[in-house]
Design a protein. Structure first.
Length: 117
């Protein structure tokens, strides 16, 4: 699992799926606002002029030399909820990301559960 203290070191590392196939480059890690533990990462994918950021859980991520391996298939991550590279994640859209991956999500209306690091 990615440790909060190490997050800045992993930016721009390759993110690979459970079979070692490259998904994209790590852009940011979002931590839980209640525990400060890493929950999701955004991965920069797409052509250079059409980059977008897709979300992937990092609860089971493994960090290696030059890569971060997630436990989700590349095809699943590529279809995950996404943002433009300059966009901000609205609080009301956080739940859809957790739902996409079949994860529990509980937050009050308008409350943020994730904070970007």
């Amino acid at each position: 699992m990615i440790q909060s203290a190490d997050i800045r070191e992993w930016r721009d590392r390759d993110v690979v799926d459970d079979e070692g196939r490259k998904i994209g480059a790590l852009e940011s890690v979002y931590v839980s606002t209640s525990t400060d533990e890493p929950q999701m990462a955004t991965v920069r994918t797409g052509a250079p002029m059409r980059h977008r950021l897709v979300f992937v859980p990092v609860d089971d991520a493994i960090v290696g030399p030059g890569y971060v391996k997630v436990s989700y298939a590349r095809s699943l991550v590529k279809k995950a909820p996404s943002l433009g590279v300059d966009d901000v994640l609205p609080a009301e859209e956080e739940g859809a990301i957790f739902q996409y991956y079949g994860k529990a999500y509980q937050a009050s209306a308008g409350e943020r559960r994730l904070a970007r690091r």
